[in-house]
Design a protein around this ligand. Structure first.
Ligand code: CDP
Ligand code: CDP
Length: 209
């Protein structure tokens, strides 16, 4: 499941995981977690050549929390407040555009399909920006969510978040490596006019068919 900021990826995919018995993975939280760790280590997104050296010091691990598999760094899963801070919001798209950062996550994210099998989930639902285009172009089902900007900004404001979603979307769509795109053949859904329950129901019905 792919789409821009605040289109409803996390709430929809968590709802689908519960309804269909799937393991849920939020890859946005992976980029946020790496950004948090890179900032803590003093890395600078403006100097991408220095980043591989810092990335080598970061060991990836996985913690299962209910239906969600969370990324840990050097044995620790940072708190939600840490990876959703204004500083991470302002830097995550810059680090996510660095090829070495995406390379660090590619094999890890692909390996989570096997983890879902090992843990006997009915399958895996993964959300992000490049899941249907780069990480799992071979996925059984691919969905692309979208909604108009006013709706998305209102959703974030309601959550009390200060986050420039338009600026992030622009950076994510225009970067060279794995830009945010609607993957060819994905089912597009406009979540603006629909409640969360309606969107979950629509997708679950398509999958169950
Ligand atoms: O929750 P929200 O939609 O605001 O963002 P997120 O899903 O937490 O993703 C945060 C950032 O991570 C995005 O703006 C992208 O820069 C990056 N990201 C990415 O590059 N590729 C992904 N598969 C997922 C997220
Ligand atoms: O993960 P992403 O940033 O794409 O969006 P989200 O965090 O799942 O959703 C952002 C906000 O929009 C949440 O407060 C959801 O409850 C709300 N939402 C909505 O009002 N209607 C939908 N169809 C989907 C999400």
């Amino acid at each position: 499941m792919d789409g821009g900021a605040a289109v409803g990826k996390s709430s929809t995919s968590k709802g689908l995981a519960t309804r269909l018995g799937l393991m849920h993975v939020d890859t946005g939280s992976h980029y946020r977690t790496l950004t948090y760790a890179l900032l803590a280590a003093g890395a600078d997104a403006g100097q991408p050549e220095t980043i591989p050296q810092v990335l080598d010091t970061l060991r990836l691990s996985t913690e299962i929390e209910g239906r969600s598999a969370r990324l840990g760094i050097n044995g620790q899963v940072p708190a939600d407040a840490e990876i959703r801070s204004p500083e991470v919001n302002a830097n995550v798209s810059k680090f996510a555009a660095v090829p070495a950062v995406r390379q660090k996550l590619f094999d890890y994210q692909r390996s989570l399909a096997e983890l879902a099998r090992e843990h006997k989930y009915a399958g895996l639902i993964m959300e992000g920006r490049d899941i249907g285009s780069v990480i799992f172009p071979d996925a059984e089902h691919r969905f692309f969510l979208h909604a108009d900007e006013a709706t998305r900004s209102a959703r974030r404001a309601k959550e009390g978040q200060t986050d420039s979603i338009a600026a992030r979307d622009k950076m994510d769509s225009s970067r060279k490596t794995a830009p945010l795109v609607c993957p060819e053949g994905a089912t597009q859904i406009d979540t603006g006019p629909h409640t969360l329950e309606e969107v979950i129901d629509k997708i679950a019905t398509l999958i169950e068919k």
